[in-house]
Ligand binder design. Structure first.
Ligand SMILES: *[C@@H]1O[C@H](CO)[C@@H](O)[C@H](O)[C@H]1NC(C)=O
Length: 181
């Protein structure tokens, strides 16, 4: 088989972009509000920190991919029963808010591009593995901060500032300045 150079480039681009998909959790009821993300995680990774959130989010989705986003509530796991579900279908970002603050985990998986009513078989894909703490904070104004190096205490403080303000704040503790993107 003859594979052209542009074809190889396209595959490489898709692969590198896929690794950058961020799956996250809504601190605010509004999709444009504060959210935290687990960056570059594999499909079916559970993104959770033990709190209750308003919904699930995805960002930096490659347009060429159709991803399923799932918001879960708690049972024995933080990624228990699915409460909201949706497909990206060419969007680069999406959110799935819930009617109540009951979402404890989020995850995604790959879907094909067939009509939605034909692909129900992948619904409920397993996200019950170990959970990952979010490593990115995104504020309502689009500013992003890397949460990777925060202690649990600092992480909790950063989240509490956002939660206390209803998830619409653009404030973070001063020590966050060096983690700004
Ligand atoms: C966040 O910081 C960690 C370590 O400091 C780094 O490995 C990671 O790539 C950063 N993440 C992003 C999305 O920049």
């Amino acid at each position: 088989m003859h594979v052209t150079f542009p074809a190889l480039m396209a595959v490489a681009t898709l692969a590198s972009r896929a690794a950058a998909v961020d799956v996250g959790l809504m601190v605010d009821q509004n999709c444009a509000g504060v959210a935290v993300f687990c960056t570059g995680v594999n499909p079916n990774t559970c993104c959770a920190d033990g709190r209750d959130f308003w919904g699930a989010k995805l960002q930096y989705i490659p347009k060429e991919w159709n991803l399923e986003l799932r918001a879960h509530r708690r049972d024995s796991s933080l990624c228990g029963p699915i409460v909201e579900i949706g497909e990206s279908r060419g969007s680069v970002a999406m959110c799935r808010p819930s009617a109540s603050k009951q979402v404890t985990g989020s995850g995604y998986s790959f879907r094909n591009w067939k009509r939605e009513d034909e692909v129900a078989e992948t619904v409920g894909a397993d996200t019950n593995g170990p959970c990952q703490r979010p490593d990115l904070l995104r504020l309502g104004d689009g500013t992003e901060y890397n949460l990777t190096e925060l202690s649990d205490e600092q992480y909790n403080e950063v989240l509490e500032v956002s939660i206390a303000d209803g998830g619409v704040t653009n404030e973070v503790p001063e020590y966050m300045a060096k983690y700004r993107h």
